[in-house]
Design a protein around this ligand. Structure first.
Ligand code: C2E
Ligand code: CA
Ligand code: CA
Ligand code: CA
Length: 275
């Protein structure tokens, strides 16, 4: 606190200033990252519990900084959102995800995460369809993952954009379900195709009865609303068995598969096709 004297203020201010400086330099680096080919997508497989088959993958962005090495998307996505860089980066993610999906068996889907700034873009549906068309991928193989924060602002406009995408055959998933504060009202306003339960609940399976009750209820609600129910962050066989026994339709997580580099996921998917 200020009353504690100048020494304390200096001790507090210096790391603060350093953090601001670090953010500034990282912003500049991120601007160059696209052109320098430092960004890439990895793909995490998605398991269908009914058929026990891999039915697709989620594209996850990676940044290999020339000096810092791998930077977590949890760190650089917020930065990209602040600077507006998320729009060109998101555009690249869409086309790159479609380009990879084009080399997979045609019954497999690709899920792409979209930031709120991308959903506010009125021509987003056109951008998405153009990316799919250019790669020769049917829009029905594309899934868009959004969090409820997308529906917080400009919500009528954003709902119209989501409806347009859906009309074109793109599936819309509500990501990180359970972590926001008004998820249920959004479910009433928009017909999501899929509910993705946040991994913080799944980690509690076998540990916390209240969490298990919440997962059961979320699954029942998803089914009642005709949504695909997907559980994220499945790390153990026990969690997977529990989800299966409780009627969840899909699972994703390290127990099923870690995010894979594009060549590895391509090879995995070609082998699935052969069996
Ligand atoms: P998300 O969309 O919720 O993605 C799932 C995250 O959980 C990924 O982290 C994934 O690697 C991690 N994960 C998957 N299975 C497990 C598991 O079994 N255990 C644990 N502990 N973690 C697991 P990642 O790749 O670090 O991405 C973090 C977040 O960054 C994503 O969360 C998403 O919100 C955002 N993100 C990633 N790629 C993109 C992108 O292309 N565009 C946008 N707008 N956001 C992205
Ligand atoms: Ca996601
Ligand atoms: Ca998620
Ligand atoms: Ca997330």
């Amino acid at each position: 606190a200020k009353e504690d004297g100048r020494g304390t203020i200096r001790a507090f201010d210096r790391p603060m200033a350093e953090r601001v400086q670090a953010r500034k330099s990282m912003k500049l680096d991120l601007e160059a990252a696209l052109a320098r080919n430092e960004l890439r997508l990895v793909f995490q497989p998605l398991l269908d519990l009914g058929s026990d088959r891999i039915v697709g993958a989620e594209a996850l962005l990676r940044w290999r900084h020339p000096v810092r090495g791998e930077v977590s998307p949890a760190e650089f996505i917020p930065l990209a959102e602040d600077t507006g860089l998320i729009v060109p980066i998101g555009e690249w993610v869409l086309s790159e995800a479609c380009r990879h999906a084009a080399s997979w068996p045609v019954d497999l889907t690709v899920a792409v995460n979209l930031s709120p700034a991308q959903i506010r873009d009125e021509i987003l549906p056109l951008r998405v369809l153009a990316a799919a068309l250019k790669a020769g991928v049917s829009p029905s193989r594309l899934e868009i993952e959004i969090t409820e924060s997308v529906l917080l602002h400009d919500s009528d406009r954003n709902l119209a954009i989501l409806h347009a995408l859906r009309t074109a055959g793109v599936r819309i998933a509500l990501d990180d379900f359970g972590t926001g504060y008004s998820s249920l009202s959004y479910l009433r306003r928009f017909p999501f195709d899929k509910l993705k339960l946040d991994r913080c609940f799944v980690g509690d399976i076998g540990v916390s009865r209240p969490s298990e009750a919440i997962i059961r209820a979320a699954g029942e609600m998803g089914r009642a609303l005709a949504m695909t129910t997907t559980a994220e962050g499945v790390e153990t066989a026990e969690q997977l068995a529990w989800l299966r026994a409780n009627g969840w339709s899909q699972a994703q997580g390290y127990h099923i598969g870690r995010p894979l580099e594009a060549p590895a996921v391509g090879a995995l998917f070609r082998n699935l096709d052969a069996t």
